[in-house]
Write a protein that binds this ligand. Structure first.
Ligand code: OOB
Length: 552
């Protein structure tokens, strides 16, 4: 059931992302910002490459002209249902062609996608909808057995401002994507290139995820420049194996880069070799982006597969640290060029270059895309450290944001007065600007590339009646890179760990956020005088746990 009453006059927090005038002038003069827009470039490609394949999945093949037409139908259909340009729409779709047609439908209608991951549940989706002040939610009937229409119902109950729900597949009381219809002539003109095109979500190092407003100009620059660095051209076939809503497969150079180049996007229904390898062989895929554990899995599976993977030229690995030994295994197993990618949804992306010396490819996380990416490596007092020494990474540049959406506290914490973004990463800068990631300053768990905020999980655990106190830390994990471990002081009788995990899941939380391991303790046993900070406490627990493991 969709409520079509008109919303009250617009009191929403405006979408903005503003660079100071001198920077705007500099980025334009350098040719980084060219005044292109997302709908504008696809229109041009749809004319130029009308009959060429744009998007391929295991069961669909869409040309550029078809993708453009579908986007027009969807965009016009949404406006016909009462949405207005500027409205924000939470999109939660898997790696299907509809993800791409929906997103471009929104761009064409001047609507603003808010990208959720398929793994997100009501807690996260409701948070995005509230924070973005969303008017609509677009999802699929089911994702891997989970009924998303149930989630849509919960969302409508919790956030009534979400007036419209559109479902790919059987819509029940909601609007079916296939039923959307409208006059493409009603679509607005192309947007201002400096306006916000969409809201991406942050990894969330403190508390809940923040929303990241990216503009047409800045995002287009990031994937256009990435195409050149990653060798993406008309004859490329780029595979999306990670969730398409994640910044890495979206724009580094991702499916956006591939479509910009007039190349083919190949959507793998899942990240594992079983789903991806047959498609690589069938579509002659040339480039793919993976997180480290997946890259290792692929490297092992490649030795045994009957599928022909010889078309693969570049395997990109990023999202979490790829240690040199793992990098060697990836190169040996997949037999193609490895590219390390160290990026963030807030902006800055670093790549090893395809023709770099092996030593750089194996041992570094690359260097920035742009000559105008400003990178500072600083000590605890904010003073730059000498080259080669470890420090906190700060950055600003032509595709790095200057603020989060609607979050003053986070903005005050995350940006310096002169506009540098505090990445929270601890790095070492080598000659030539190559970066080696050494760790991070913030308390999150990087679980196979998924970022989990310790604070957010502790908050959930503390809501359980049998939990007196909780501290969540990252523990090194051979397969995941890091896993999450929750130390819990029980209140009264100790709950059972599996029951506690099930309770977390039932709260409607993405499954990857449920602690991998739970350790019950009597006390946190701090020896320090006075109150210990949460960060220090987490560090102490982690050290004690790891020392104990070594003794065993
Ligand atoms: C990518 O984006 P996010 O926003 O999910 O996460 C960003 C954080 C970075 O600040 C860093 O802590 C970590 O993920 N990270 C890496 C890494 N790549 C990302 N840590 C070590 N080595 C790497 N290669 O993860 C992302 C966005 C665009 C492209 C690639 C990754």
């Amino acid at each position: 059931m969709n409520d079509r009453s008109t919303p009250p006059s617009d009191t929403r927090v405006p979408l903005r992302q503003v660079w100071p005038d001198e920077f705007v002038a500099r980025y334009r003069a350098a040719g980084h910002w060219r005044g292109e827009t997302l709908p504008g470039f696809l229109r041009e490609r749809a004319e130029r490459y009308a009959d060429d394949l744009a998007v391929v999945s295991h069961d669909a093949r869409w040309t550029y002209a078809q993708l453009w037409r579908e986007a027009g139908r969807i965009g016009a259909g949404l406006l016909a249902r009462g949405l207005r340009p500027g409205d924000r729409v939470v999109v939660q779709l898997g790696n299907t062609p509809e993800f791409i047609s929906v997103v471009w439908g929104l761009f064409r209608a001047g609507l603003i996608p808010v990208y959720a991951l398929p793994a997100h549940r009501i807690t996260e989706i409701a948070h995005f909808a509230r924070k973005a002040e969303a008017s609509a939610y677009i999802t699929v009937e089911r994702h891997e057995g989970f009924d998303c229409r149930g989630l849509a119902r919960e969302l409508r109950a919790e956030v009534p401002a979400v007036r419209e729900v559109v479902i790919v597949g059987e819509a029940e009381e909601f609007t079916a994507l296939a039923a959307l219809d409208g006059d493409p002539a009603a679509l607005p003109a192309d947007p201002d290139p400096q306006s916000v095109a969409f809201l991406q979500i942050s990894g969330g190092s403190t508390g809940l995820s923040k929303l990241i407003p990216r503009t047409h100009d800045d995002y287009l620059y990031s994937f256009r420049a990435s195409n050149e660095i990653c060798g993406i051209g008309r004859d490329s076939a780029y595979m999306v194996a990670l969730p398409a809503a994640h910044n890495f497969p979206m724009s580094s150079p991702g499916w956006l880069g591939a479509l910009y180049a007039g190349a083919r996007v190949v959507l793998s229904p899942g990240p594992g070799p079983d789903a991806a390898f047959p498609l690589i062989a069938r579509e002659r895929v040339t480039c793919v982006g993976l997180v480290p554990p997946l890259a290792l899995l692929w490297a092992d599976a490649a030795a045994k597969t009957p599928h022909d993977l010889s078309s693969l030229r570049v395997v990109q690995v990023g999202g979490a640290k790829l240690v040199p030994e793992a990098a060697r295994r990836v190169v040996a197993g997949l037999g193609c060029t490895l590219q390390q990618v160290f990026g963030m949804a807030e902006g800055l992306v670093n790549y090893t270059r395809l023709d770099d010396a092996e030593e750089l490819i194996l041992n570094t996380q690359g260097r920035p895309i742009s000559p105008d990416d400003e990178v500072l490596v600083v000590d605890d007092h904010g003073n730059p450290v000498p080259e080669g020494q470890t420090g906190y990474l700060l950055t600003r540049g032509p595709y790095t944001i200057r603020c989060y959406h609607n979050d003053e506290a986070a903005n005050a914490r995350s940006f310096t007065e002169d506009g540098y973004y505090r990445t929270g990463d601890v790095v070492q800068r080598l000659p030539g600007g190559y970066l080696v990631v050494q760790g991070r300053a913030t308390d999150h768990i990087n679980r196979a590339g998924e970022k989990i905020s310790a604070e957010e999980i502790e908050d959930h655990l503390l809501a359980h009646p049998a939990v007196f106190d909780a501290a969540v830390v990252s523990i090194p994990d051979e397969y995941l890179g890091e896993r999450s471990c929750a130390f819990i002081i029980p209140r009264g009788e100790k709950p059972r760990a599996p029951a506690l995990k099930a309770w977390m899941r039932e709260r409607g939380l993405a499954a990857f956020k449920v602690p991998d391991q739970i350790v019950f303790v009597d006390a946190f046993g701090t020896t320090a005088v006075g109150k210990v900070s949460r960060r220090e406490l987490r560090a102490q627990l982690r050290e004690k746990f790891l020392a104990g493991q070594q003794d065993a």
